[in-house]
Design a protein. Structure first.
Lengths: 117, 117
């Protein structure tokens, strides 16, 4: 069974500092991996995804993530935090590629990013 | 396109009352999902559907029922609400495209905040 662990339920950074949100997964097959962002009182929006192409994936708002198979990790980074990045971030994994399986995702517990001025 | 919409946005129920949450998507997606989000627990799948007329149980199905009579709609019902069902409910949809290709990502609605007193 697949699972996702996000280390750190809360992360605080200063504006302009590097953002690093950690995600480790377990999967019996090569996974597809996703990062979603949830702004206050909104639904989840896709930030970026890894689907077995380039291991370094670039997303919206200068976020990027690197798939490291040997470390079973898919950490999310951004070089310089902005106040508007304050939100909750979810890592998710999919490892069932069968048609009609439903594109099921397993989500991590989320990391709340706080950005200090 | 409106994407995924949810009705209502907020609701307060008394214990034992019933209600139905409506999810609609205009992207012609085959798959639809209902999640609940509770603090510190990420998103947990309640029920899902891989096509019109079909539904299946997710991780936390007890106390909920669903129906998918039309491809674009997915209804979540609470027959006898309990305080433990106080949560934020999210609907999502996804697609298996023709040719066996799928992006696997799920598209989320804005959520329904339900309080059961």
């Amino acid at each position: 069974a697949q699972s996702v662990t996000q280390l750190g339920s809360h992360v605080s950074v200063s504006e302009g500092a590097l953002v690093l949100l950690r995600c480790n997964y377990s999967s019996s097959v090569p996974p597809y991996l996703f990062w979603y962002v949830q702004y206050p009182n909104q639904g989840l929006q896709l930030l970026l995804k890894y689907t077995s192409a380039a291991t370094l994936v670039k997303g919206i708002n200068d976020f990027e993530a690197e798939f490291k198979k040997s470390e079973t990790s898919f950490h999310l980074t951004k070089p310089s935090a902005h106040m508007s990045d304050a939100a909750e971030y979810f890592c998710a994994v999919s490892d069932d590629r069968r048609m009609n399986a439903g594109n099921m995702l397993t989500f991590g517990g989320g990391t709340r990013l706080m950005v200090k001025p | 396109n409106a994407g995924v919409t949810q009705t209502p946005k907020f609701r307060v129920l008394k214990t034992g009352q019933s209600m139905t949450l409506l999810c609609a998507q205009d992207m012609n997606h085959e798959y639809m999902y209902w999640y609940r989000q509770d603090p510190g627990m990420g998103l947990r799948l309640i029920h899902y559907s891989v096509g019109e007329g079909t539904t299946a149980k997710g991780e936390v199905p007890d106390g909920y029922n669903v129906s998918r009579l039309k491809k674009q709609n997915f209804l979540l019902g609470l027959e006898s609400a309990a305080p433990s069902q106080t949560s934020v409910y999210f609907c999502a949809s996804s697609s298996w495209t023709s040719g066996g290709l799928s992006s696997y990502e799920q598209y989320f609605g804005p959520g329904t905040r339900l309080t059961v007193t």
